[in-house]
Design a protein around this ligand. Structure first.
Ligand SMILES: Nc1ncnc2c1ncn2[C@@H]1O[C@H](COP(=O)(O)OP(=O)(O)O)[C@@H](O)[C@H]1O
Ligand SMILES: [Mg+2]
Length: 383
């Protein structure tokens, strides 16, 4: 066990006395450590530039760059390397200077080998701990970024719902007026008007654009009739079944198989059924869109102590890695102009955030996509 641990330590021994280096190396080798050797500070820095090291054992008294200066240069450039200094018996002040300049510790010559091995191991442990800490820091930063992203999406959601509401009214007026104009232009009195066809064409363009704008506001509002969520007991299987009923034409056209893997015991959640159906609609229509003929959609549930995890999985085209971070953004779509609005997942995310649920996605291009929704389990105390 000890060996495996020792083998992993990348060690550099720097001392101008060749005999000393050789003796120490031999003794360290007996304990399973094989150090790289350097005869002065310059050689040491050269090696560090090309070879990754964990611990440097460094003589303080050397010709050329002094041990302390070498130590400072190492600490400047390689923050993860730990340095153990070897000082002469009388030069304790060198050791103290060294600690001030960032050395892990110092040992006085002549060196007791077990003492040195222990120090090297301790220094290596510090490095491992530091690496763990760095990893954790990186992880936390990533998590924070994800949280900021979620916050950004939530506030965008609130804003866009407001805008959609505001736009709906003028849109209705434009639509009504376009209809009225069309009626007037089509009347017999206008039959002699030479620009009639051009005008009609213009009105049709207006109507088409209204349709597109309506689709967007409609999706943004998520067909929401009521603003507040109404929590109740909700049966996931029944909701999925109802939603698939609305999509049955597309499912039949593409001959899509639906695999049900829902355990009736892991099926009841505490949520807003109406809004959940909306989320399912958005996810299932994306899945259908991603599938060719004879593709499959698998619907399954799992249970944790507090939640039910619903998975909607398709074996369709998949989502490229570079798009995975964007699919929940408003207006991100890879579909042609008249097919996609890029709002389905944005709205799904918005609804789920409002319901206190989490959505995650995993996907492989050419293999398929799986959306997971974590929903609070229903139990009697919810009511
Ligand atoms: N199941 C899926 N399989 C493959 N791609 C998907 C899937 N779901 C979503 N996507 C990708 O995410 C994009 C955004 O989806 P969405 O927000 O619903 O907007 P839209 O469907 O209007 O494009 C899609 O254009 C597509 O590229
Ligand atoms: Mg969609």
């Amino acid at each position: 066990m000890d060996r495996v641990y020792d083998d992993k330590i990348r060690l550099l021994l720097v001392d101008d006395e060749e005999g000393f280096r050789r003796t120490i190396s031999k003794r360290l080798a007996k304990r399973g450590m094989i150090p790289v050797q350097a005869s002065d500070g310059e050689e040491c820095l050269g090696i560090l530039k090309t070879t990754p090291m964990d611990v440097v054992v460094l003589d303080v008294k050397m010709p050329g760059i002094s041990g302390i200066d070498t130590l400072r240069l190492i600490k400047q450039e390689f923050e993860n390397i730990q340095v153990i200094l070897l000082t002469g018996n009388v030069a304790v002040s060198d050791g103290i200077d060294g600690i001030k300049s960032g050395a892990f510790d110092y040992l006085t010559k002549p060196v007791e080998i077990d003492h040195l091995v222990n120090k090297i191991k301790q220094a290596f442990e510090i490095i491992q701990l530091e690496k763990e800490k760095q990893k954790e820091r990186g992880y936390r930063e990533k998590l924070e970024k994800k949280m900021i992203d979620t916050e950004r999406l939530v506030s965008l959601g609130t804003m866009s719902t407001g805008i959609a509401h505001e736009i709906n009214n003028p849109l209705a007026i434009i639509n009504e007026s376009a209809g009225f104009m069309k009626q007037v232009i089509s009347s017999p009195e206008m039959s002699m008007f030479s620009q009639k066809d051009a005008l009609l064409l213009g009105i049709e363009k207006i109507e088409k654009s209204i349709k597109r704008a309506r689709k967007i506001t409609h999706e943004l509002l998520g067909h929401v009739k009521k603003q507040d969520s109404q929590f109740s007991q909700a049966n996931l299987k029944a909701l999925l079944y109802e939603t698939l009923g609305l999509l049955k034409r597309e499912i039949k056209n593409k001959q899509i198989n639906i695999n049900w893997e829902i355990d009736p015991k892991k099926n009841m959640v505490w949520s807003d059924p109406y809004q959940l159906r909306q989320v399912m609609m958005n996810l299932l229509s994306n899945a259908i869109h991603a599938l060719g003929e004879n593709g499959s959609i698998t619907l399954s549930t799992r249970e944790t102590s507090e939640d039910i995890i619903l998975e909607i999985k398709d074996d369709g085209i998949g989502i490229p890695k570079e798009n995975l971070g964007k699919i929940f953004d408003p207006f991100f779509t890879t579909k042609p102009f008249d097919e996609g609005t890029g709002l389905g997942l944005f709205v799904a995310h918005k609804i789920l955030s409002g319901l206190g649920c989490k959505i995650d996605v995993t996907s492989t291009v050419g293999k398929g996509t799986c959306f997971q929704i974590r929903l609070p389990k229903y139990d009697k105390s919810n009511e």
